[in-house]
Design a protein around this ligand. Structure first.
Ligand code: 6PG
Length: 277
């Protein structure tokens, strides 16, 4: 990508307990999907991997949010995945299958679920490039609105790695020089799990309508300070692509503890009112 967007600053919402981050993030996601379906008749969500989405899926699959999400008009994509089968323990799709569809039985039509086609790739002996290209072709077929040549997702959910990565875009990633919408990433050696990945292009984060970032725990406090309060060097700290207007960062007290002096929005542990959203 050639142009750096005028980024602005995100909302930062702080909750007292790690569990509450998932619920607050789920409220943001449900509101974003409902607004998109209302405005355009369809809503596109890109979800993440790691430990972040479990609590989010639990909250989305239970009332009151379950009844606010326009499931039949919602399409789900992944920001990134590990190059493993869908039912593998390391798959980023498995938590959605297990928690959102399994336990919660959210009425998301199977045809609206668009994982990176790792199963098809692996069974046909294809590589990560094939898998990323196939996902890009599927995303093009979905005809999202575009901005500067990039598809505009309605909501992107992200977790942040301890090295400041988002998606499978690690510090210094060659993904910053790529024009493809999706691309293969070699297995990282500095962060687990050490398996090859496929990822969306990081610049999709900069054009998405809403971005929701979730992080909790004291282990993330230092990197969050650098991301949210330090100089902007996204090639070194990819999560800074989500340091922008239109993004909401949902942190627990421990993760936010180095953000002193910041304008933080504090929320309690109680769910937003039934009428909200
Ligand atoms: C992955 C992710 C990755 C993740 C962060 C944060 O596949 O690993 O998509 O970007 O979101 O590493 O992970 P946690 O939520 O486990 O802290």
């Amino acid at each position: 990508m050639t142009e750096q967007h005028a980024a602005g600053e995100p909302r930062i919402v702080v909750v007292p307990a790690p569990d509450a981050t998932g619920r607050v993030a789920a409220e943001e996601i449900a509101a974003g999907l409902a607004a998109a379906a209302e405005a355009r008749g369809v809503a596109h969500l890109a979800t993440t991997g790691g430990s972040t989405p479990m609590a989010v899926y639990r909250a989305l699959a239970a009332p009151p949010l379950r009844d606010r999400v326009p499931w039949d008009r919602t399409h789900v994509w992944w920001t990134d995945d590990r190059f493993v089968p869908r039912d593998h323990e390391l798959s980023n799709v498995k938590p959605l299958d297990d928690v959102l569809l399994g336990e919660g039985q959210a009425p998301l039509p199977a045809a609206n679920i668009h994982p990176f086609p790792t199963n098809r790739a692996l069974s046909a002996g294809r590589d990560g490039t094939w898998c990323a290209d196939a996902l890009e072709a599927e995303l093009r077929t979905a005809r999202l609105e575009s901005r500067e040549g990039w598809p505009v997702l309605d909501v992107v959910l992200l977790g942040v790695g301890s090295d400041g990565h988002i998606l499978s875009v690690f510090p210094g990633s060659s993904a910053f020089d790529a024009d493809a919408w999706a691309l293969p990433i070699p297995a990282p050696t500095h962060i687990e799990p050490h398996v090859p990945r496929v990822t969306l292009n990081p610049y999709l984060v900069t054009v998405a309508r809403r971005v929701v970032v979730v992080a909790h725990g004291a282990g993330k406090a230092e990197v969050l300070r650098a991301i949210l309060r330090g100089d902007r060097t996204p090639e070194r700290l990819p999560a800074q692509l989500a340091r922008r207007t239109g993004a909401t960062w949902v942190l627990d007290d421990a993760a936010a503890e180095r953000l002193d002096g910041a304008v933080l929005e504090r929320r309690g542990t109680e769910p937003a009112g039934e009428g909200a959203g």
